[in-house]
Design a protein around this ligand. Structure first.
Ligand code: CA
Length: 265
């Protein structure tokens, strides 16, 4: 299936550096976002090193089972950061989030650690495919807080897992079938905190992905701008498949709208 993609990042209005980084490799169909942390610009080093290691690992093992390859690549990225931090004490405790999407044939494989996110839009429905590795998500999972309380909870940004620690990672991994017209968004928390209602994603369904990514990041920084903001948009299917899909979608929407109007009347 034809895949189009584009990414954008912005350091925002407050921070002096951009610790976010993204990867778009259309040939390999590998896409990723990393959001680094650590003083003395170490966050930048960590996010870039994670993406370089992931990229190299997937390139070198592209014939292997995608889920295993991607999880091994995330673990290799973590080990590379640990080694680099040990070699330079100004980089001690650096780390990063890492969310990766790898497409092979009609299947998407996902690996994820941290609080960057991956969303999918299919038939106008936006689904968050990754679970945040945060302290507040753990509270949510045990029912200690409601989703409303979680949104601005003080623990919302405390990560329960980081790429670049010696502890073994519990990498979230999933595989899903693709449909022409699917759109994916990978983003950092600076983006998802700002554009917190994921329905904005459906508003850009006709634009080329690099334009969508730039417009979305621009909008996120305009609305908030306190953190670095990054987005990668991935579109599945060639123009013909997507235009068939778009017209069915428009027809369906009209149908639903008309029938709701009938009910109102
Ligand atoms: Ca961030």
């Amino acid at each position: 299936m034809k895949i189009l993609a584009g990414g954008a990042t912005d350091k925002g209005n407050v921070r002096s550096t951009n610790e976010d980084a993204f990867l778009v490799d259309l040939e390999l169909q590998l896409f990723a976002v990393a959001d680094g942390m650590g003083g003395h610009s170490a966050g930048e080093v960590a996010s870039h090193l994670a993406l370089e290691t992931l990229h190299q690992q997937v390139r070198d093992n592209a014939d292997g089972p995608p889920g295993e390859v991607l999880v091994a690549a995330v673990n290799a990225a973590s080990a590379a950061i640990v080694a680099e931090a040990k070699a330079d004490e100004t980089k001690a405790r650096m780390g990063t989030t890492l969310t990766a999407l790898w497409i092979a044939g009609d299947t998407a494989t996902i690996a994820h650690v941290g609080d960057s996110r991956l969303y999918r839009v299919r038939w106008g429905e936006v689904v968050k495919l990754t679970e945040d590795d945060t302290a507040v998500q753990e509270l949510l999972n045990v029912g200690a807080v409601t989703p409303e309380q979680a949104a601005d909870h003080p623990w919302a940004h405390i990560l329960s897992q980081v790429v670049g620690r010696e502890d073994a990672l519990d990498v979230e991994q999933l595989s899903l079938d693709l449909e022409p017209g699917d759109r994916f968004l990978l983003c950092s928390d600076g983006f998802s905190d700002s554009l917190s209602d994921p329905r904005w994603l459906t508003t850009l369904s006709g634009s080329p992905p690099e334009e969508s990514a730039e417009a979305l990041v621009h909008r996120a920084v305009e609305l908030d701008g306190r953190d670095n903001a990054t987005a990668v948009v991935v579109v599945v299917g060639d123009e013909k498949q997507r235009s068939v899909r778009r017209s069915s979608w428009q027809r369906l929407r009209r149908l639903v709208r008309d029938s709701l109007t009938d009910l109102d009347g």
